[in-house]
Write a protein that binds this ligand. Structure first.
Ligand SMILES: *[C@@H]1O[C@H](CO)[C@@H](O)[C@H](O)[C@H]1NC(C)=O
Ligand SMILES: *[C@@H]1O[C@H](CO)[C@@H](O)[C@H](O)[C@H]1NC(C)=O
Length: 461
């Protein structure tokens, strides 16, 4: 009897293992756009217009239990300005104030969100200095789809950062799409509150479905990103041409210190773009996620993905670039060819000059995500100082972000250890060839600049 029970337990274990493996394959396939889209909604939250790479492996079930009523919250004004949707869901509208309160109140504990430390004293003070021209210097851009579980932390941290940097020199642009979990209701209700707080806020709702038409996923994601940037590009006179920073974030859980550190490192390293690292837990240990986009200065992916698509080597980051691996292990910033990793902070100049935008690959060009193409164009324009800041560790839910920070470190802790401040030694030239991963079983090396037109306005890096 004992042994038969043990047998059953073993069997169950096998089944669970198999289920996990199948789930992993489905997640990765969806991520690569390999599966045509068989459901009427994304299977995993976050795999919407936010990004093809923003897969949140699970929703936070604790949020489903929250049914805050309107009278519990301080914020009672939820009139919408301007109204985006005539027939909002009353239940969702009524739960919005609790979210608004959490977003606007750093200490609010209504939701079990990631706890964040107070940013390192003095380190970011200089970022608050207004530009001499009196123009805006920080543009926050976010694409969201069914992201209610992440809003209290993500928007809470963004609002904290804007308050710290000075609302007069910031703007927040959000493009929402096709949410029916209350995301839009919260974003609409925010507009009144942010206006009162003096925060320039532009909200747009767009029903483009990146998974609606096979083959158009990247093009639609690129459109949605461009839409989020439009309020800046169309009103470029409000922004400092030489000194505006775009903070473009996915549906991630992160702290104000992560945002400020990415902005600071861009200044400190004289970088054109900075990224953190994003993590998921497919198995037991935190696993680096954005392997489809990230390329080192050797042109290779951050970890080796064999043709069978297995992520077994995910722990072995920068396996064939020991210098980078060493810097990563010591939490020191390092140059890469491309990264996005849950969000990026970059120089707005080429956007304000209308020299670049997000796009999908052209015919014959390596099929890749819009962030990687964006970075390729940045290099082409001479903006190749792109760095990963490994003290910034983000994830797609509060729970996973907690684990990622515990396992991989957080900004405050890493600075306390005396790490994270080494200067990057910039290489002026990109790798000659970059690994193209249309699919994992069709990997090949392609010239980094294939299909780029020679530019007459080229600057030297
Ligand atoms: C409103 O949203 C709630 C919560 O998601 C859902 O249970 C309900 O069915 C929705 N009502 C309508 C009329 O769509
Ligand atoms: C920006 O300008 C373009 C072209 O004039 C226009 O189509 C678009 O609607 C504008 N977008 C915003 C957000 O003002």
């Amino acid at each position: 009897m004992f042994s038969s029970r043990r047998f059953r337990v073993l069997n169950l274990y096998r089944v669970a293992q198999l289920a996990l493996a199948v789930l992993a394959i489905v997640l990765i396939s969806l991520h690569l756009g390999l599966l045509t889209y068989p459901f009427d909604r994304p299977v995993v939250s976050g795999d919407g217009p936010t990004t093809w790479n923003g897969v949140a492996p699970e929703n936070d079930p604790s949020l489903d239990e929250e049914t805050p009523s309107i009278k519990d919250a301080d914020v009672t004004r939820i009139e919408v300005d301007p109204p985006l949707k005539d027939d909002g869901n009353v239940t969702l509208i009524q739960s919005a104030p609790a979210y608004i309160k959490a977003i606007m109140t750093p200490k609010d504990t209504t939701f079990p969100r990631l706890e964040c430390p107070v940013p390192t004293q003095g380190r970011y003070e200089y970022l608050r200095t207004p530009s001499k021209s009196g123009k805006r210097r920080y543009f926050f851009a976010v694409n969201l789809h069914d992201s209610i579980h992440i809003l209290p932390r993500l928007l809470g941290s963004i609002i904290e950062a804007i308050r710290f940097l000075g609302p007069a020199q910031c703007a927040l642009s959000i493009v929402e799409g096709r949410s029916d979990d209350g995301t839009l209701e919260v974003l609409e209700a925010l507009s009144t509150v942010l206006k009162e707080a003096g925060i320039h806020y532009i909200l747009k709702s767009d029903n483009k479905d990146p998974l609606g038409t096979p083959g158009e996923r990247i093009a639609k994601l690129a459109d949605l990103r461009n839409e989020a940037l439009e309020p800046m590009i169309n009103n470029s006179d409000q922004y400092s041409t030489k000194d505006t920073t775009v903070v473009f974030l996915n549906d991630v859980s992160l702290c104000i210190e992560d945002i400020l550190e990415l902005i600071h490192q861009r200044v400190y390293q004289k970088a054109d773009m900075t990224c953190g690292m994003d993590w998921v837990n497919l198995w037991r240990d935190p696993t680096f996620y954005d392997v489809w986009v990230g390329r080192g200065m050797n042109g290779d992916s951050f970890f080796e993905v064999p043709a069978d698509g297995s992520w077994d080597n995910a722990w072995n980051l920068f396996w064939n670039d020991l210098q980078t691996q060493d810097r990563f292990d010591r939490h020191q910033p390092f140059q890469v060819f491309s990264c996005w990793n849950g969000g990026a902070v970059f120089n707005a100049t080429p956007l304000l000059e209308r020299k670049i935008k997000f796009r999908s690959s052209v015919e014959g060009e390596c099929f890749q995500g819009e962030p990687q193409l964006f970075v390729k164009e940045l290099w082409h324009l001479g903006y190749g100082k792109i760095a990963v800041i490994p003290s910034v560790n983000v994830a797609y839910s509060d729970e996973r972000a907690r684990e990622a920070r515990m396992g991989k470190g957080d900004v405050t802790g890493i600075l306390l250890m005396g790490e994270g401040n080494d200067r990057v030694e910039w290489k002026a030239k990109p790798p000659k060839k970059v690994k193209c991963m249309h699919t994992y079983d069709a990997q090949e090396w392609r010239p980094w600049d294939e299909f780029l037109k020679p530019r007459t306005d080229h600057q030297d890096a």
